[in-house]
Design a protein around this ligand. Sequence first.
Ligand SMILES: C[S@@+](CC[C@H](N)C(=O)[O-])C[C@H]1O[C@@H](n2cnc3c(N)ncnc32)[C@H](O)[C@@H]1O
Length: 260
Amino acid sequence: MALREGDLVVIWIDPRRVYLARVEGGKKLETDKGFINLGDLIGKEYGDVVKISKGLAFVMRPSLDYIYAGLHRPSQVLYPKDIGYMIFKSGISPGDIVVEAGTGSGFLTISLAHFLGDRGRVITYDVREDMQEKARKNVNFLGYSDRVEFKIGDVREKIEERDVNAVFLDMPDPWLAVNNAYKALKPSGVLVVFVPTTNQIEKTYFSMKEIGYANVEVVELILREYQVKENATRPRSIGVAHTGYIITGRKSIKGSSEIT
Ligand SMILES: C[S@@+](CC[C@H](N)C(=O)[O-])C[C@H]1O[C@@H](n2cnc3c(N)ncnc32)[C@H](O)[C@@H]1O
């Protein structure tokens, strides 16, 4: 289908130059490899290769991986390998309602909104208004504003929602919020927590067990990227060595003391 004014596109020049933009008459995307007039994309199609001032660019339909690469990130963000597993373990489906804290740059928020679809809803809390303003820009830019509700609030003190399908916590002291998450969840709903250090695991794990979560598990996902060269294919020597740990558990209405 031909591209129209307002369509979202990924402009791929090379692996280190991937840009997220909207087709817009009179607007330019400037890069160190040349510029592209975004209005010139009207009538082109996803998959086309177009001329830019100093070479060529591939015009792609935005998928979550390139949306991720193209957005601004004012805070430490979750990595795709962790987000993928967190969504998988949460048991959520399109159309579900989830609560999240903290919003940060909104990368998990966006991934959840993308996955939950038009009928789904993400209620995202942060204590910092400035963080949410930046995340809101990312959410609006992607056209997901109807799927996301921003709330300023400390989830250690209160989570207003009830009967939600899943709660996601990426904040410094999640063990102080697991009780409020328990109250917010539907029976059998899943709490998913991300923490970067091992001392946070123990505090979170034992708080969850004490409150009555069942199936409490902790994992770390290790991702290794490869460079592929003839007769020299091997793991890349640079990359992200550590991200964090994922703790998951389900709300059990009877309490989890007899269930491990
Ligand atoms: C590491 S960032 C979250 C990044 C986010 N998951 C992403 O992928 O972009 C942590 C955020 O938690 C917020 N935060 C810290 N304590 C909180 C609390 N008690 N309640 C709500 N938000 C909190 C911080 O202001 C910060 O924006």
